[in-house]
Design a protein around this ligand. Structure first.
Ligand code: G6P
Length: 285
């Protein structure tokens, strides 16, 4: 593919490994979207640290998930519920998506992407990017003839100064499922340190804040169409088993995922659709 200008500031081109990539340049920020995975891989407001972490060892070949940015887990989150042969986190993050529209808005860009079809379910994504925030929606349509269940997540890798000294706020009274310790219960504390391996689904919380003392900022995450959010960091030991993450890479991000996961999996009637969304806002401390 040769480089193609779409609207002022938006260019579609192949990255170094040949993957179709949309680069967005604005006076106040710049961003990159990979059509492989249909995912935002970078967003940075000028003069600020990056909002999203992208592993320097991330695979950038068609058919492999990209570790970083905002991977799309769809139409199931985690292992497939009945068929262990199917890939973890569904088919969308390894599919090549289609760019259906890109336009300038008053304060940034709006991008629409069409994702894969999976047995009567179809997914599309809309990204609204401006200097103040990033909004991503994921809409699933059931174009089959019977009701269908699915699960999903926008698996956001938020960039941070150091996971060891960051914390998530806004969790009090959320019901949780802890996949590391195989426990469930209710979170009594409002704040959770991002230290060590964490893999938690928290129900009933649509908004939380990641507080980063090192970079002196907080990232506010507000989700919609979701009653579950996932908090994940592999920690030092598990990170060593991930080939697409440097040994110290776990320090540089914390995942806060807008989800329809586990107990929050959704059923969509024939002809209906459901939208999951997340808004990310970085604010100085
Ligand atoms: O390594 P991946 O397939 O990208 O999955 C990374 C992580 O995603 C989610 O956060 C899950 O809750 C974790 O259990 C999983 O380890």
């Amino acid at each position: 593919m040769t480089q193609k200008s779409l609207v002022p500031g938006a260019t579609l081109h192949d990255n170094e490994q040949g993957g179709p990539t949309l680069t967005l340049k604005h006076d106040a920020f710049q961003a990159e979207i990979s059509l492989d995975g249909g995912q935002l891989t970078a967003y940075q407001a000028h003069g600020q640290p990056p909002l999203l972490y992208l592993s320097p060892l991330a695979y950038r070949v068609q058919g492999k998930a990209i570790r970083g940015g905002v991977p799309v887990c769809w139409p199931w989150f985690g292992p497939h519920p009945h068929d262990a042969a199917l890939p973890q986190h569904g088919v969308a993050r390894t599919a090549r998506w289609t760019l259906s529209d890109v336009s300038r808005t008053d304060d940034g860009f709006s991008v629409e992407l069409l994702g894969p079809d999976f047995h009567g379910l179809k997914v599309e994504s809309c990204l609204q990017l401006c200097a103040a925030h990033v909004d991503i929606t994921l809409t699933t349509h059931n174009h089959g003839t019977t009701a269908r269940s699915y699960s999903a997540a926008l698996h956001t890798y938020l960039a941070i100064g150091n996971a060891d000294s960051a914390r998530v706020q806004g969790l009090a009274h959320g019901r949780y499922q802890d996949k590391v310790h195989r426990q469930s219960g209710v979170l009594y504390e409002d704040t959770l340190p991002c230290r060590g391996e964490l893999d938690l689904i928290v129900y009933g919380r649509t908004g939380v804040t990641l507080v980063d003392e090192v970079w002196q900022r907080q990232i506010v995450v507000e989700n919609a169409g979701s009653d579950s959010l996932v908090l994940w960091n592999p920690g030092e030991d598990k990170a060593r088993t991930l080939k697409d993450l440097p040994p110290d890479g776990w320090r540089d991000f914390f995942c806060i995922e807008a989800a329809n996961a586990e107990d929050d999996a959704r059923q969509i009637e024939a002809g209906e659709s459901h939208t999951l969304g997340t808004r990310l806002m970085a604010i100085p401390l």
